[in-house]
Structure formats: structure tokens, C-alpha cells
Design a protein around this ligand. Structure first.
Ligand SMILES: Nc1nc2c(ncn2[C@@H]2O[C@H](COP(=O)(O)OP(=O)(O)OP(=O)(O)O)[C@@H](O)[C@H]2O)c(=O)[nH]1
Ligand SMILES: [Mg+2]
Length: 332
């Protein structure tokens, strides 16, 4: 990709605030950049946009690979932009994506209708780096999208590992997509995913699968009182849906809206936002310490050889870490 010249700060800020999609994209690219000069400018831009963010409905969507997250997001997105005439931003957290533009690039071409919709903005997962780094950039992207007037944000997360916890901490509503008969352990029952879920939807409830999905729904509904949803007092719901047949879509969004009204009326939305801001601060601290450390000339010079020593058993991980940190602190 040809590097594009940076814009002055105010051009980013004004562009984002008036909802200019090209500028919004460029501001996000700036946030994703690892160049020192970009990082400072990006923080400046974010700071200016921050007061205009936060006033949105943030929904995380998870589920095992192939459950239909992207398909459902496209249909849900079209419902929002069409039936409800609202703007929607679609983001993703996928730390496994190493390709230059992230893994939902394929989805972006697949989500063709939504991608071409004036009211929708789709941004693939930032690529590379730690989960923390990917999550931070997604969070900041979300804030920029909100400042650009996207009042609904959908975040897709890969249904494996810790990405779910990272996404849970940046959204208000968590939707777990499941498949009837695919095995509970596999789908997160045993990994504590259900406990952070506000709505379980059995997807692909179409064709021959319709009856099975309905049975699974009933079974889960009666088992669900065993779980206390995300500690908020909200009772999680269980429904069936089909991205293919476009069924259950309004029902999903009704639950989101109802949940949002309920969070607002109980004052929990405000504390969610506070909690999210606090977490963001700690993430930023960790991230910038880590970046500084990794970019320290002395550390860079020694890191690879220490890593080899640890691999070969010549040096304990403890000692290696300590020496590297000494190199960093002695000559910051
Ligand atoms: N029958 C049926 N098939 C569906 C439905 N939703 C999605 N699919 C199919 O399931 C497959 C996977 O769908 P995706 O939307 O890519 O699933 P995903 O969860 O985003 O997958 P990853 O991004 O790989 O984790 C595709 O072939 C879809 O066409 C549905 O409601 N019914
Ligand atoms: Mg997908």
C-alpha cells in the first residue's frame, strides 16, 4: 500500500465529526499505525473525538467458527439501515488475523449489500499484534465510529480463546450464537461464555434444522435460570433465528433495545461506561509500556539472543526477563 500523507489533526477531527467515511477510514488507519509520529497524532485525534462518543448501542457477537456470525451481522445490519433507517458500524476482533487487512476482508466482500450501504461502515479486524493491541485498536475505532454518528456498533469476535472477554468489556450487550446439537462444551457452556451472555440465539433454524433448533431453545430456556447473566440482574433470553431465512432478526434487536433501556433506567449503562473507560486506561498503560519496552534499542539488541537462551535452557525465563527489564530501566 502506498503510504498516504498524514492530515492535520483538525482535518481528521472535523471529518470524523461530520461523518465523512473516507476521513473516518483514514483516522482508523492512523490509530492502527505503529509509527511513533502517528501514535501521538492518533491520540490527539481520539481525545478531540471522545466527547462525541459513547452515545451508542454496543453489541458483541460471538459463537464458534461457522455458526453464522458474519451472515447474521449482515442481515441485522440491513435491518438497522433499512427497516429502522439507522446507521451501523461493523467491527471485528480477531487476533489471529495476520493478513495485512484482517480476516473479515473476505466477509466484507461477502457482506456486499451491507458494504455498499451508505448507512453502514464495515471495518475488518486490525491485523497482527497481541490480543490486547487488537482489542485496544478496535475499542478506539468504535469511539471514532460513534463520533462519526454511528449509533449502533456490532463487534464480531472469533469464538475461541480470550477474545470474547476482551470484547465483552467493550460492549453493553453480548449475543451468543449457537447451533443445535453441536455440543455444549465446544460452544462455550463450559468456558463461562454463557455467564456473560445477554441473549442466546440458535442460528440456522431453517429447513430441516428448524425443529431441532426449537427443541434446543426450549431446553436452554429451562436450564438458563442456573446462570446469572453478567451480574446485571438481566435474565438472558433464548431464541431461534436464521440469517439465511432472515427470521428472528427483529426479535434480536428488540432484545438489544429493551436491554439498553433497562440498563439506562437502572443506571447501569453509566457504570458500564465508567468501567469501560477504566479498563481502557489500564490497557493503554500496559500497551504503551510494552511498546516502549519492545522498541528500546538495548532491549531490541538483546531480545532475540535471550529468547534463544531461554529456548535452549541456558537461561531461566525469570532471569532473562529480569535482565531485559534492567537493560530497559537503566537506560530508559
Ligand atoms: N442454513 C443456514 N446457513 C447459514 C445461516 N447463517 C449462516 N449460514 C452458513 O454458514 C456458513 C458460515 O457462515 P458465516 O457467517 O461465515 O459464519 P461465521 O460465524 O462468521 O464464521 P467465522 O467468521 O469463520 O467464524 C456459511 O456457509 C453460511 O452461508 C443460516 O441461518 N442458515
Ligand atoms: Mg465471520
Amino acid at each position: 500500500m502506498i503510504p498516504r500523507r498524514r492530515l492535520p489533526r483538525d482535518e481528521y477531527v472535523e471529518g470524523v465529526l461530520r461523518g465523512d467515511r473516507t476521513i473516518l477510514s483514514r483516522a482508523i488507519t492512523l490509530i492502527e499505525s505503529l509509527h511513533t509520529e502517528d501514535i501521538e497524532l492518533a491520540q490527539d485525534v481520539l481525545e478531540q473525538c471522545l466527547p462525541y462518543s459513547g452515545d451508542s448501542i454496543r453489541v458483541g457477537i460471538t459463537g464458534v467458527p461457522g455458526v453464522g456470525k458474519s451472515s447474521l451481522i449482515e442481515v441485522l445490519g440491513m435491518y438497522l439501515t433499512g427497516t429502522r433507517a439507522e446507521k451501523v458500524a461493523v467491527l471485528a476482533v480477531d487476533p489471529s488475523s495476520q493478513v495485512s487487512r484482517g480476516s473479515i476482508l473476505g466477509d466484507k466482500t461477502r457482506m456486499e449489500a451491507l458494504a455498499n450501504d451508505e448507512r453502514a461502515f464495515i471495518r475488518p479486524s486490525p491485523s497482527g499484534g497481541s490480543l490486547g493491541g487488537v482489542a485496544r485498536r478496535t475499542r478506539e475505532t468504535m469511539l471514532l465510529c460513534e463520533a462519526a454518528g454511528y449509533r449502533n456498533v456490532l463487534v464480531e469476535t472469533v469464538g475461541v480463546g480470550q477474545s470474547e472477554t476482551a470484547v465483552r468489556s467493550m460492549v453493553d450487550f453480548f449475543l451468543l450464537l449457537m447451533l443445535a446439537g453441536a455440543g455444549d462444551e465446544l460452544q462455550g457452556m463450559k468456558r463461562g461464555i454463557v455467564e456473560m451472555t445477554d441473549l442466546i440465539a440458535f442460528n440456522k433454524a431453517d429447513g430441516n434444522n428448524r425443529v431441532k433448533a426449537e427443541a434446543a431453545r426450549r431446553e436452554y430456556e429451562s436450564a438458563l435460570h442456573l446462570f446469572s447473566a453478567s451480574g446485571t440482574g438481566w435474565t438472558p433470553r433464548v431464541i431461534t433465528c436464521s440469517a439465511r431465512a432472515r427470521e428472528g432478526i427483529a426479535e434480536i434487536w428488540d432484545a438489544v433495545v429493551e436491554h439498553n433501556a433497562w440498563l439506562t433506567s437502572t443506571g447501569q449503562l453509566a457504570s458500564f461506561r465508567q468501567e469501560q473507560a477504566k479498563r481502557w486506561m489500564y490497557e493503554l498503560i500496559e500497551q504503551s509500556l510494552r511498546d516502549e519496552f519492545m522498541q528500546h534499542a538495548g532491549v531490541r539488541e538483546k531480545l532475540a539472543s535471550y529468547e534463544q537462551d531461554v529456548l535452549a535452557g541456558r537461561l531461566s525465563p525469570f532471569r532473562a526477563a529480569r535482565r531485559l527489564i534492567e537493560i530497559y530501566t537503566e537506560n530508559p
